[in-house]
Design a protein around this ligand. Structure first.
Ligand SMILES: Nc1nc2c(ncn2[C@@H]2O[C@H](COP(=O)(O)OP(=O)(O)OP(=O)(O)O)[C@@H](O)[C@H]2O)c(=O)[nH]1
Ligand SMILES: [Mg+2]
Length: 460
């Protein structure tokens, strides 16, 4: 597919060591030759072998604009699968803009956000799931998110989806041929066999759908809400985990009013920590709103860190909080264990029937925090996460397509159990096939493709 030639600054538009201007399209090399002058003044990029680097200058009507290294990559062995030239210039904002300007004056047009990746997709070098993972790699906030996105970039989602689709297609093809040629291909007993095959397909689909919950946590972090009565030390805990004095800490009960959010990354995982107002009955209007907000946040949390004051006996507020966390993933933290302890770990365990892990900490002395992070690892990653060999769906669009496909297969099962004619199975099998095709991009319209790529960054 021959397309016009586009160019953009592919590195961040801020002062840095090196800036890269990427040019892609059928005239990429010709455009580059118009603006590039080799050190000796004679070498033309058009005569150079592919995948080579050249030293020289960018010139604008005889005037030197910058000293550069130019990378030449002819299609199809390039990111876009088209002829591509990357100009490494000095990374000053003005220098980069000047180089881009000269390139644009000499036959390229400005690239839209994500247009390079879109071309890689349209030229068939990658599928839509791989294209989407490009952005995920760029936005990865931790080790696991990065590993998972790289795996998708290599085509893990594509492979899984293509396999499912070919199995579905086989069944529809079988039904079609049997209906066309009933004398030679019999459908006796076929509904049972199809039902078994569809059952297997449904199982794989549900596993993929279930993986998206972990996928979200991998990608965006664990939504972690710190809950506890006033003065238990919630804000102190947030500060200790973040490693700086983010939240205001005082000995006045009711210090924190509004929820405060901080993201921390450690040992490859990301926590989105939310400090909340201490939970108690209160007449104070502002505090009351804060308490309501704390409970609301707790409802949306992946994990609740429930802070108790070890220096004080358990009270009504603590019991209220234990009600709030019912049915949620939580860790009970016995804080202030640097003081004389009145509330014991065993008491909390008894009260909750051992449903939650209990960890003794001191936010003030910063002790017990490594035990806490160990517990978080245990809860979310069973000690170790094996992103290398497990596939996680981290993309909401892909998840919805999987749900649509699952619905189609469910309808096939219903038609089978109702004893409907075989062509009914085909319709719903094809619906599932199409839904899965939107993940790889085989069955998506231009509008959706454009929308997906418009969310990309400039120059990618
Ligand atoms: N000795 C000791 N004091 C602590 C510890 N953690 C917090 N404190 C003290 O307890 C008081 C309350 O701490 P905060 O972190 O503000 O408590 P909070 O739970 O955020 O309180 P509210 O925002 O009012 O709900 C402060 O005086 C802290 O210094 C601890 O581990 N040991
Ligand atoms: Mg506080």
């Amino acid at each position: 597919m021959e397309q016009d030639t586009i160019a953009a600054i592919s590195t961040a538009v801020s002062n840095s060591g090196i800036g890269i201007i990427r040019i892609s399209g059928k005239d990429a090399v010709a455009v580059a030759d118009r603006v590039y002058r080799s050190k000796g003044g004679k070498k033309r990029l058009a005569d150079q072998p592919t995948h080579t680097i050249h030293y020289g200058y960018i010139v604008d009507q005889g005037e030197t604009v910058d000293e550069v290294l130019v990378m030449l990559m002819r299609g199809p062995k390039s990111f876009t699968a088209e002829d591509t030239v990357e100009v490494n210039c000095h990374g000053g904002v003005y220098a980069m803009k000047r180089v881009l300007d000269v390139v644009l004056k000499n036959g390229a047009r400005p690239a839209e956000p994500g247009e390079f990746t879109k071309r890689a997709f349209l030229n068939g070098r990658i599928d839509l799931s791989q294209a989407e993972s490009v952005m995920d790699v760029i936005q990865a906030k931790n080790e696991y998110a990065l590993k998972s996105s790289l795996q998708q970039l290599k085509g893990a989602v594509r492979t899984a989806i293509e396999e499912l689709r070919s199995r579905i297609l086989y069944q529809t093809a079988f039904i079609e041929s049997a209906l066309d040629d009933p004398e030679h291909i019999s459908l006796d007993g076929y509904p049972d066999r199809l039902s078994e095959e569809v059952h297997q397909l449904q199982k794989t689909l549900s596993e993929l759908i279930a993986s998206s919950e972990n996928g979200r946590i991998l990608k965006e972090g664990i939504r972690t809400v710190i809950l506890g009565k006033p003065n238990a030390g919630k804000s102190s805990l947030l500060n200790a985990l973040v490693g700086e004095e983010r939240a205001i800490v005082t000995d006045i009960a009711g210090t924190t009013r509004d929820a405060l959010e901080e993201t921390i990354a450690f040992q490859g995982i990301t926590l989105n920590l939310i400090d909340t107002a201490g939970i108690r009955e209160t007449e104070d209007v502002v505090e009351k709103i804060g308490v309501g907000r704390a409970i609301e946040k707790a409802g949306e949390a992946d994990l609740i860190l429930c802070v108790f004051d070890a220096a004080r006996p358990l009270d009504e507020n603590d019991r209220e909080i234990l009600k709030v966390i019912e049915g949620k993933q939580a860790i009970l933290l016995l804080n202030k264990t640097d003081l004389a302890v009145t509330l014991q770990e065993t008491k909390l365990q008894e009260l909750t029937g051992g449903r939650y892990p209990v960890v003794s900490v001191s936010a003030k002395e910063q002790t017990g925090l490594s035990k806490l992070t160990e517990q978080i690892h245990n809860l979310f990653y069973q000690g170790e996460i094996s992103v290398q060999d497990e596939l996680y769906i981290t993309n909401a669009r892909q998840k919805h397509a999987l749900l649509d496909a699952a619905e189609g297969l469910q309808r096939v099962q219903e038609s089978i159990s109702l004893g409907m004619p075989e062509d009914f199975y085909s319709i719903d099998l094809l619906a599932a096939y199409e839904a899965l095709g939107t993940i790889t991009g085989e069955t998506v319209g231009e509008d959706l493709v454009n929308e997906i790529f418009s969310r990309f960054c400039m120059g990618k």
